[in-house]
Design a protein around this ligand. Sequence first.
Ligand code: ZN
Length: 147
Amino acid sequence: MNESIRIVCPACDATNRVPAARRGEGPRCGACKAALFQARPVALSEKRFRHHLRNSDIPLLVDFWASWCGPCRAMAPAFEAAAAQLEPRMRLVKVSTEEAASLATELAIRSIPTLALFAGGREVARQPGAMPLRGIIDWAEGAATSA
Ligand code: ZN
């Protein structure tokens, strides 16, 4: 298969086309040479989140969080570890509801932390509440399969 998928660079936001079968082979950004997958979540502003959402052919697993939220901070290491296991099947993203307040309002994020899976440019699943590593992975894989 020569089918290619669009993957947005986590470093410079360039949209890269990568053969679908080779996304697990450590692809690098054609623009800045950064690794397209770095086994860690990418913190995105509202503007960058919209860009990634519009230009990504892989699902985005988003952790909506805030610095003052204890359960968010408690879940952060598990979300970080989940990135190493869920990439390159999906991109893990952190969005601060303090910095991206209008986005959080638009999406009606009512409690944090909230995990949401976006595929094909739209939200397909949402789960409020902190989860352990295994829970994050199981939920994300289940949501991506049924998306
Ligand atoms: Zn780049």
